[in-house]
Structure formats: C-alpha cells, structure tokens
Design a protein around this ligand. Structure first.
Ligand code: FAD
Length: 327
C-alpha cells in the first residue's frame, strides 16, 4: 500500500480570484514516483474544517453545514482528494516538484471547499505550507491508454480540467524528436481570460512549432471580453465542440425541442445567457473541422461533468472516439 508522505509547497501563484497554481516538493529523500502525463495523485491535509449533512435542499442536493464539537468549535480533521498533475514528467525528473492547478470550491450552499480552502491559504501568505500526499501516482487518463492510434487528438478541458492536458502538452514539447506524429488540438474554456491558466506558455508552445499543436482558448462569460486578446475565442466548451462539428448550440437545440411551457421558459432563459461560440480570430472553422475529422480523431475531455456529458453526446452523433477523465 502507498505510504503517506509530507511535501512542501515551494511556489504558489494566484492565477485568478478562485484559481491557484502551485508546486509541491516531495518529502526529503523520497522523490515522487515516476508517472505519465495525465495522471493524478491524492493530496491531503489533517486540519480541514469538517462539515456534516444538514438536510436536502429544494434542488435535491445535500445541504452541508460546519460540524461543531460539544464545545462549539468547528471540528477539524483529515481529508484527501485527488488532483491531476499539470507538470510534465520530464519537469519532475529534472526539478523534483509536481505542479497543480486548483480551483477554490464554493459549495452549493456557500461553504468553501474543505481542502481547496487550505491549499489556497491565507491572503498574502507565501504558500510555503506542508501538504500530505499518497506516495503513489495513478490513473489511466494518459495518451497511451486513451488516444489509441488516432492521427488527431482533440483535448477539451474546462476550468482546471485543463491540468492533465497541460502535462501532456509540456511533455510533448520536451521531446526532442518533433512529437509523435499526431496532430494535437487543445480547447480550453474558462469563465474569464484570467482563468485561462498557463495561456502564455501554451501560446508559446504553439508558436514554437516543435510539434503539431493548436491551442484554442475560449471564455464562457461575455462580461469583460472587450479588448480581449484576439487569439482567445468565446463560448462554452460544449458549444465550441458543437460548432466545429456543425451542430447548433445546446441552448438552441433545447429551445427548438421545448414542448411544455415550463421547458420553453427555461430554454428561453438559457438562450438569453448564451454566449455564441466564436473561434479565435485567426482560426478558420473549415480547416479546423478537417484537422479534427471524426474518423481520425480521439476526443479526450476533462472538467465540468455537465459540459462533458454534452461533449460526449456530440462525439457520439459525429462518431468521434470519446474518452473522459472522471473527477
Ligand atoms: C482524478 C481527479 C483529478 C482531479 N483534479 C483536480 C485538479 O487538477 N484541480 C482541481 O481543482 N480539482 C481537481 N479534482 C477535484 C478535487 O479532487 C476536489 O474534489 C476539489 O478540489 C474540491 O475539494 P474540496 O475539499 O475543496 O471541496 P469539498 O469540501 O470536498 O466540496 C466538494 C463537494 O463535496 C461536498 N461536501 C462538502 N462536505 C461534504 C461532506 N462532509 N461529505 C460529502 N460531501 C461533502 C460539497 O458540497 C461540494 O459539492 C480532481 C478530482 C479527481 C477525482
């Protein structure tokens, strides 16, 4: 069984209000195990503020509330969650650390995530805290396990779901043989431009042309997009994928299919919020569709479950091989 070790955060960067990127150095004398790009590791802290179920909300989701001890203090205790590794195996072999992208979870009923809150730390701290980890790296969301013999790989990440793909892209860049002959396309969607983690590095990797790589970042909120970098497009990941494969947006389809008054009202409201998919200014949709021809493409997706369900349905309709990471 994998042992529990204690690592140290050696660098922490606040990427956006609810997103951090940090590097974790291993326990002294115990380098991290070897891994493949796309894999994950379990991180833990012993001092998480614990919660308990306090009922079920009108939405059917459990309501959580802080758990208190008999003296009225919030109970703290250990919690472990998996996190995808964003660093490349070659980075870890050279420098020793693992890199992560972590979103600050805001529970449905307003409680901050128990572990992500501690990983974020206090405002203004340098992040140099200790984090426990299982001395085992696993998971089968790797190119060797999921991409088969596809000539083209479409990677779709929403939010921090981009992490395994950042690892894969970094590892492909590190190869000195021009990649593995495949075409790689990364669609990364975040709510805002600031939340497009690693975008400068991904643009640089694309521009360097060391392997066949196209980077297509989009933002799903229109607010704040005036004057945005023209290399960034618009729209939710599922709608960008639909656009490339010649389908209407999920919102348009729901509106067209709405039969009852209730579904029509919900569909109309969703249409008002719709941000129509728009590719970055320099990208031609016909060329992109040819690059992602269904018979040649494996679509790997990671992130928001609702978005992934829609992307899986699009892949099924266009007979594209689909693989997802399960968070
Ligand atoms: C393979 C894998 C890779 C992942 N990679 C990443 C990554 O790279 N980046 C990233 O940000 N996240 C990643 N995640 C998600 C991550 O593991 C955590 O789920 C996330 O950070 C939230 O943890 P938290 O403790 O902050 O939130 P939690 O406090 O665990 O809250 C998360 C959910 O659990 C509910 N909850 C709260 N209290 C309880 C309770 N007592 N019992 C049961 N449920 C409760 C909350 O209502 C909320 O819906 C990954 C998950 C997996 C499985």
């Amino acid at each position: 069984m994998a042992g529990l070790r204690t690592g140290t955060v050696v660098r922490k960067e606040i990427v956006a209000e609810t997103l951090i990127r940090f590097r974790l150095a291993p326990e002294s004398g115990h380098p991290f195990p070897a891994y493949e790009a796309g894999q994950a590791i379990a991180l833990s802290r012993d001092d998480c503020k614990l919660t308990r179920k306090a009922g079920v909300g009108p939405d059917g989701k459990p309501i959580r509330e802080p758990e208190y001890d008999p003296w009225g203090r919030q109970t703290v205790g250990p919690l472990t969650h998996y996190y995808s590794i964003a660093s490349a195996p070659s980075d870890t072999a050279q420098h020793g650390w693992l890199e992560f992208l972590v979103a600050l979870e805001h529970g449905v009923h307003g409680l901050s995530g128990r572990l992500s809150e501690l990983l974020f730390g206090e405002e203004g701290d340098d992040g140099a805290c200790e984090v426990g980890y299982q001395d085992r790296i696993g998971g089968r969301f790797t190119l060797s396990a999921r991409a088969g013999d596809a000539a083209s790989v479409l990677m779709v990440g929403t939010g921090t779901g981009v992490a395994p793909f950042v690892s894969m892209v970094r590892e492909l860049r590190a190869r000195d043989d021009g990649g593995d002959g495949r075409r790689y396309t990364l669609v990364h969607t975040a709510r805002t431009e600031a939340e497009l983690a690693c975008r400068d590095e991904l643009f640089e990797i694309e521009a360097a042309g060391r392997f066949d790589f196209q980077y297509l970042p989009t933002v799903s909120r229109r607010a704040g997009t005036a004057g945005m970098d023209s290399r960034i497009g618009l729209g939710r990941a599922c709608n960008v994928v639909r656009y490339v494969y010649g389908l209407p947006t999920a919102e348009e389809e729901k509106q067209a299919q709405a039969r009852s008054e209730v579904t029509r009202v919900a569909a109309d409201a969703a249409m008002e919020r719709l941000v129509h998919p728009q590719l970055p200014a320099h990208v031609n949709v016909a060329e992109l569709a040819a690059r992602l021809a269904p018979t040649e493409t494996a679509l790997l997706a990671c992130g928001n479950p609702a978005s992934l369900a829609d992307i899986e349905s699009t892949a099924g309709r266009r007979q594209v091989r689909f693989e997802r990471d399960t968070w």
